[in-house]
Write a protein that binds this ligand. Structure first.
Ligand code: AHR
Length: 501
């Protein structure tokens, strides 16, 4: 019998809503078809954005959306994506599938999408192949309120009012697709480019994201921070976040592995790799602590998720993959880790939002289906903006194989403004349920809502024909007494309980 101890008297920090953010790149069918179908499409849309997709994203309470890349960002020239659509440049998307990019989705369309979803904006600038002037003018175009060449151009293109840019990434993966730079070279470029990411509105400062490491590249983190903060550079207004990218590839970067056909052993191997996020945050965080002991710079895990071999018969450059119960667990595990590191992790973005990698939504023509990952993020939405509570599990032990052994249960617990406590629990075992007693410091707690995402088959997934194979269902397997809540967590499940006195 396992026990979950919660000390609701001990609040450990705020879980920033932006930790539940998303990422949309000009890649495959993420933006085009998945989100934007154009104003003249037969698919129901508002100003070109699919109404089904926007509706589902609103239910998810998406807090922030990163755009336009990814690798695409460091080849994106924003002026190609403004003005009359018929006059916009056509180009080849060299990174992703070699298809024609007609630039019909640009800055105005992205801002319209964020308006419809009701989320914050996170623009990723081009440092790899763009100029300082180009980056500086983009910021002026989006945010300057007054007379200036770029503000005038924006008005001429139909948007007199400036927009709000909440977050701005100064390059993406500049150790790789963003220019193959050394950490020192990039950090010097970061210093220069970020200077011209101006805050035109003193009441709304743009938060700057510096390009961080890939996976366990601690050399990058150390080199970037050392160079960026050379000569006693202060971080205030200079660097607000340092990013981290980490994808789970069950069979490694080259082979990756199928999204739907996998053994129990690979199930555990995948979850073991998902759990590595904890170590990565801890170790990169320790380097950040050296330069920023007050934790003023947030970690921004702006690309995370599972990356499998693309679905058979699809363009390999489109990164289209299915999403099973295994992905539900990856999401549950990762979000619990982020919650527990809320002192450092301040933004994150699941890669990617629609039709690419560990997407929350898949589309085909006019059809749309919610993936298991969608349902987990929906259950976890209650953690957004809540206070992390001290909690720990005992007695659940480990599961998995000798090499890929994992804790059987992972959890995180938070309390919202109304005093409602949200508990999210993952059972990583592919075969065994777990009985658990939940103990709090106080007594008299009652369950107000309980949901679960699971399926008897760990490989189950949703299709357009059967969209509810893996969905959010009411969780009923609990009993309450004055000082205890007992639950039975099925194998391979993600469970959410809301409790209140
Ligand atoms: O999300 C797909 C790609 O993965 C992004 O374009 C890039 O930043 C990362 O390597």
């Amino acid at each position: 019998m396992a026990e979950l101890f919660i000390n609701e008297e001990n609040e450990l920090g705020k879980i920033e809503p932006e930790v539940y953010g998303h990422f949309s790149e000009h890649l495959g069918r993420c933006i085009y078809e998945g989100i934007y179908v154009g104003e003249n499409s037969d698919i129901p849309n508002e100003n070109g954005m699919r109404t089904d997709v926007v509706g589902a994203l609103k239910e998810l309470q998406v807090p922030v959306l990163r755009w336009p890349g990814g690798c695409f960002a460091d080849e994106y020239h924003w002026k190609d994506g403004i003005g009359e659509k018929s006059g916009r440049k056509k180009m080849i998307n060299t990174h992703w599938g070699g298809v024609v990019e007609d630039n019909s989705f640009g800055t105005h369309e992205y801002m319209e999408l964020c308006r419809q979803i009701g989320c914050k904006t996170y623009i990723n600038g081009n440092l790899g192949s763009g100029t300082v002037q180009e980056m500086s003018e983009w910021v002026e175009y989006m945010t300057f309120n007054g007379v200036s060449p770029m503000a005038d151009l924006r008005a001429a293109n139909g948007h007199k009012e400036p927009w709000t840019v909440d977050f701005f990434g100064v390059g993406n993966e500049n150790w790789g697709c963003g220019g193959n730079m050394t950490p020192e070279y990039y950090a010097n470029e970061y210093r220069r480019y970020q200077t011209y990411v101006r805050n035109y509105d003193k009441n709304k400062s743009i938060k700057k994201v510096c390009c961080g490491a890939n996976v366990d590249d601690y050399y990058w983190t150390e080199g970037v921070l050392k160079t960026a903060f050379d000569h006693g550079k202060k971080f205030h207004g200079f660097m607000d976040y340092l990013s981290l990218h980490y994808y789970v590839h069950p069979e490694g970067w080259k082979r990756k592995g199928s999204a739907t056909v996998f053994s129990d052993k690979v199930w555990y191997k995948t979850l073991y790799k998902a759990l590595c996020m904890d170590k990565l945050i801890t170790r990169h965080g320790a380097i950040m602590d050296k330069y920023d002991p007050g934790k003023k710079i947030g970690m921004c895990v702006d690309e995370w998720g599972a990356w499998y071999t693309n679905e058979p018969g699809t363009n390999p450059g489109f990164l289209y993959q299915q999403n099973t119960v295994r992905d539900a667990l990856i999401a549950g595990i990762t979000l619990n880790i982020f919650n527990k590191h809320c002192d450092r992790v301040k933004i994150a973005a699941l890669a990617q939002m629609v039709n690419v990698l560990q997407a929350v939504l898949l589309t085909e023509g006019a059809d749309m289906v919610k993936t298991p990952t969608y349902h987990v993020m929906h259950m976890y939405r209650y953690h957004q903006g809540a206070k992390l509570l001290e909690s720990a599990v005992t007695g659940a032990g480990e599961t998995g194989t000798k090499k890929w052994n994992v804790p059987k249960i992972t959890e995180s617990v938070s309390k919202d403004e109304d005093g409602i406590i949200t508990i999210t629990l993952n059972n990583l075992s592919a075969e065994a349920s777990e009985d658990m007693n939940i103990k709090l410091a106080g007594t008299g707690y009652k369950v107000t809502e309980a949901k679960i995402v699971t399926n008897s088959d760990i490989r189950a997934y949703n299709t357009f024909e059967a969209p509810e194979e893996v969905t959010e269902r009411d969780f009923k397997d609990y009993t309450e007494s004055i000082d205890n809540i007992s639950v039975k967590l099925p194998s391979n499940s993600v469970t959410m309980l809301r409790i209140k006195k």
